[in-house]
Design a binder for this molecule. Structure first.
Ligand code: N01
Length: 854
């Protein structure tokens, strides 16, 4: 270890809002510390970003500290969206009030840090030549603090004035009478361009990607927020902390696809008039997850551009088409689009006329060369990871964070990383950070770090480090969250796409501030789940995963739990049927298919209704005889309508959904016998139905999966009809209900252990359940059954009996494709157009169905 000049409990890098608050908390809790800051004042991002027009996009009611209630009385904001000088003054005011200046070393950079595994301490090397050792090392370096190197040829040649928005001269810049080029139209460009245009003689804006921007309508803070805050500050802040973005907003429950464009635009206009960054994205529940829903918002925004910009060609160039609204950080402006109506302002579309080179005197682009007195680079940042990996951090076994993160940042909770004990990142990658009100996220991280340090001190632990399992689980969860959105379609800095060579992953956590906070709380409440805490004499490690259920499924479960619905097993079958029908009526209908028609077919004991879903393509088509879910007690030929449509549309298969008889009126073996009767009838009438008789499969979900599996066995045992495959989604296969998943997943996941018991009690006696026609897993032999696609869900009570059936089929020589749907529950894959995470599995099911007939 390098010779240490001083040893402290904690070293903090950065004196922005995160470092300042942490310093305050370290003093309060009595940890020795050093706080190092590269700049010569507090303020972080607001210290560096002094370009004209720089403002915060989050309203001042929300973008302020909550930890010192006196501040709210002592500091009055002048505007709804404060400008950079005022925010910097606020930071200075807080620093003076709490005597923070005395605890910060300015003009001090950190050159590198190494973990010493023997001493269990970090060695920090500073630009002042000092080496500090410490137990805990905190990077409070901000998410957008390292400007991106301009990746444009010839930048070094220009002899005029060069400015970078993120490193603006403190004394300001006067562009009066100057020919100015601005490269970049993100938030920094969009905010600064109107101001530069006011002074410059000539202004040329080089745009690679147009951005969505709305006017800030700056003025006094919004009255409704001011009043809510004044009425009950604590409640307001609590709401912010558990909200989606760190700003109290009611989540929309309206789908953009459920209203006409006129209605949608009226709703968006209302949001627009508010002049709040999050209002437009929050108008519809699905604009972040559904491309078509997003298009509604995007078109509204383009309409707004057209209404301001007089030249239609320029308006078109300023209108984003290639990325969805919100998938790149949307902007707030004051007069941005109006600027393009000025005669001395020109827009250059870099897609049509790329920059060939910066020259000594200007810029060569397309077929032109232009001379400039100044070039402004508003080209963005090496976001989220730049400041951390550039700090030369070396953890255990000489591994650097830069190397470890070569293919994307790996963190647990965005706070810590395996191999780097006692290293903490405030608003690091994998935390909501830039997708949230930073003040709320900063405070949460500082509180978490403070409480963890106090806990370790009280318990006598020297080190804390996440486990590989927990870190990988968090990576998977972050990816799951991103996968259900359309964010990954955009070449945004959220995805690392703005920096050449940076891995393309979603850097911030997109699951929401409140859900993230609950995950952090859960980790702590479960004895630091996924962390190893250790000292020379003891160790504590409750290894595990904090978020395993798919994020959209989790949201639905949370929503359902707020409804306090009665348990179905407390109802009579008639009540349960009515309840089930009423719930189904609220679902999205599923995709269009060629034709839907209803009919009747002869069952084992009387007529059965069926619904036929025909693909839009010319027939004849292969056929799947489908059996619905509902525990043999409820459901019908129409109750799995969205799933049947989806299967039909995606697999190009004719689906015949059969309404078999239900228990308790028609108990075992009625459903099984009806299943087999329906199969025989469909086979005999395949041609008339528009299908192909020797291309028939059976399919079903839940109890319907049971009926399908039993039907396949009956056709094998009774000389046909020959079937090409069976598609079983979460099937009931074993009436013993002794599998571990019944207990493990017996509560909270919609299908409960007790509901499953209720179903069985209505359908079959304990003795009858031993029959393979009730429990297909118990068949003497499974040999000779058709190729099978079997899907089981991780959080389904029926998971293990489905898994057992898949294994048994394989052992019997049946060709089986078994999908174990991670993070899913019994019902989630059937929830078409509601739960995006189920879509890939439905695609797999449709592919398998097609495959049965090839
Ligand atoms: O950076 P950006 P920013 N040739 O990356 C273009 C926060 N912020 O500094 O989109 C030509 O968004 C690039 O084009 P493209 C906020 O979170 C907040 O403006 O990559 N052009 C883009 O147009 C924000 O999102 C506030 O195709 C090049 C622009 O430069 C984040 O900081 C204020 C190029 C960069 O936009 C970053 O904003 C300001 C090249 N080689 C910032 N390279 C407030 O709260 C890049 N571009 C108000």
């Amino acid at each position: 270890m390098a010779q240490s000049d001083v040893d402290v409990d904690v070293v903090v890098v950065g004196a922005g809002f995160a470092g300042m608050y942490l310093l305050h908390e370290l003093r309060k809790t009595g940890f020795s510390h050093r706080v190092l800051e590269a700049g010569d004042d507090v303020g972080g991002t607001w210290y560096w970003n002094r370009y004209p027009g720089a403002r915060c996009d989050i309203a001042t009611t929300d973008y302020q500290y909550s930890w010192d209630p006196e501040l709210h009385e002592q500091w009055q904001w002048s505007e709804k969206h404060a400008a950079q000088p005022e925010i910097l003054r606020y930071a200075q005011f807080v620093a003076k009030k709490h005597d923070l200046y005395s605890g910060i070393e300015f003009n001090t950079r950190v050159d590198g840090a190494q973990w010493n595994e023997v001493a269990k301490r970090w060695s920090i090397h500073t630009s002042t030549g000092e080496t500090i050792t410490c137990q805990h090392y905190v990077m409070a370096t901000g998410c957008l603090s390292v400007p991106k190197e301009p990746d444009i040829a010839g930048t070094e040649k220009f002899t005029g004035n060069v400015y970078v928005t993120g490193r603006w001269p403190h004394e300001g810049v006067d562009f009066t009478g100057k020919r100015v080029a601005v490269i970049g139209t993100g938030s920094s460009g969009i905010q600064s361009i109107p101001h530069i245009a006011e002074q410059a003689k000539e202004l040329v804006i080089f745009q690679r990607t147009p951005n969505f921007s709305m006017p800030a309508f700056n003025g006094p803070a919004p009255q409704d927020r001011v009043e809510r805050l004044a009425a009950d500050r604590v409640a307001y802040q609590h709401e912010a902390r558990y909200s989606g973005t760190g700003v109290p907003l009611e989540d929309s429950t309206v789908s953009a696809l459920s209203v006409t464009q006129e209605e949608a635009f009226a709703m968006l206009e209302k949001a627009w008039q508010k002049g709040e960054l999050l209002s437009l994205g929050n108008t519809f529940m699905d604009s972040a997850i559904n491309r078509k829903a997003n298009d509604v918002v995007a078109e509204f925004m383009r309409m707004k551009v057209r209404s301001v910009v007089k030249d239609p060609e320029v308006a078109e160039l300023l209108s984003p088409y290639k990325h969805g609204y919100g998938t790149k950080r949307p902007c707030m402006d004051t007069g941005y689009f109006e600027t393009f109506n000025k005669s001395h302002v020109r827009l250059v579309d870099l897609n049509a006329s790329p920059i060939r080179s910066i020259t000594e005197t200007g810029i060569d682009f397309g077929k032109e060369s232009m001379e400039f007195d100044a070039i402004v680079y508003a080209t963005g940042f090496d976001a989220m990871t730049g400041a951390i990996v550039n700090a030369n951090i070396t953890g255990k076994n000489g591994v650097t964070l830069k190397n470890k993160w070569e293919h994307g940042p790996l963190t647990y909770l965005g706070l810590t990383s395996v191999g780097f004990p006692n290293l903490y990142m405030i608003t690091g990658p994998g935390s909501p950070s830039v997708l949230s009100n930073m003040m709320v996220s900063i405070e949460q991280h500082v509180d978490w770090i403070r409480d963890t340090l106090v806990y370790m001190r009280e318990q006598g632990f020297e080190t804390i480090e996440p486990t590989p399992l927990a870190e990988e689980g968090w990576r998977v969860h972050c990816t799951d969250c991103a996968d259900i959105t359309i964010f990954q379609e955009a070449n945004s800095w959220y995805m690392g796409a703005n920096v050449p060579g940076k891995p393309r992953v979603m850097f911030p956590y997109i699951g929401g501030v409140g859900r993230y906070r609950m995950a952090c709380e859960e980790v702590v409440n479960k004895g630091f789940l996924g962390f190893e805490l250790a000292s020379s004499t003891k160790k504590q490690c409750n290894d595990g995963l904090v978020r395993e259920v798919q994020p959209d499924v989790d949201m639905v479960l949370d929503f359902i739990s707020t409804l306090n619905l009665p348990a179905m097993e407390t109802m009579t079958p008639t009540e349960a049927r009515a309840f089930s029908e009423a719930s189904s009526a609220m679902r999205p209908s599923g995709p269009e298919v060629g034709e839907i028609s209803d009919g009747v077919l002869p069952g084992a004991d009387g007529e059965l209704q069926y619904r036929l879903y025909r693909p839009a393509t010319p027939g004849p088509h292969p056929i799947a005889v489908y059996f619905h879910g509902g525990g043999w007690v409820f459901g019908s030929h129409t109750s799995d309508d969205p799933l049947c449509r989806d299967l039909c549309a995606q697999s190009n298969t004719l689906i015949v959904s059969v309404n078999y008889r239900h228990a308790p009126e028609a108990p075992f073996p009625a459903a099984a016998e009806d299943g087999f009767a329906a199969l025989k009838w469909v086979h005999a009438n395949a041609g008339a139905l528009g299908g192909i008789a020797d291309h028939i499969a059976v399919a079903g979900w839940s109890a319907g999966g049971n009926v399908a599996a039993v039907t396949a066995q009956m056709s094998r045992d009774n000389g046909g009809p020959q079937i090409s495959g069976q598609l079983l989604l979460c099937p009931v296969t074993d009436g013993s209900q002794q599998h571990a998943s019944h207990k493990e997943n017996g509560e909270r996941f919609i299908l409960t252990k007790s509901l499953m018991e209720w179903f069985w009690n209505h359908y079959a006696t304990p003795e009858q359940r031993k029959s393979p026609q009730a429990s297909p897993l118990l068949a003497a032999s499974l040999a000779g059954l058709p190729p099978t696609m079997l899907v089981t869900c991780q959080f389904d009570p029926l998971r293990d009996e489905g898994n057992a059936y898949a294994r048994a089929l394989m052992q019997a020589g049946v060709k089986v494709e078994h999908v174990e749907a991670r993070g899913h529950i019994h019902t989630s894959i059937t929830m078409v157009d509601m739960l995006p995470s189920g879509a890939p599995h439905r695609r797999e099911m449709a592919r398998a169905l097609r495959g049965f007939f090839s």
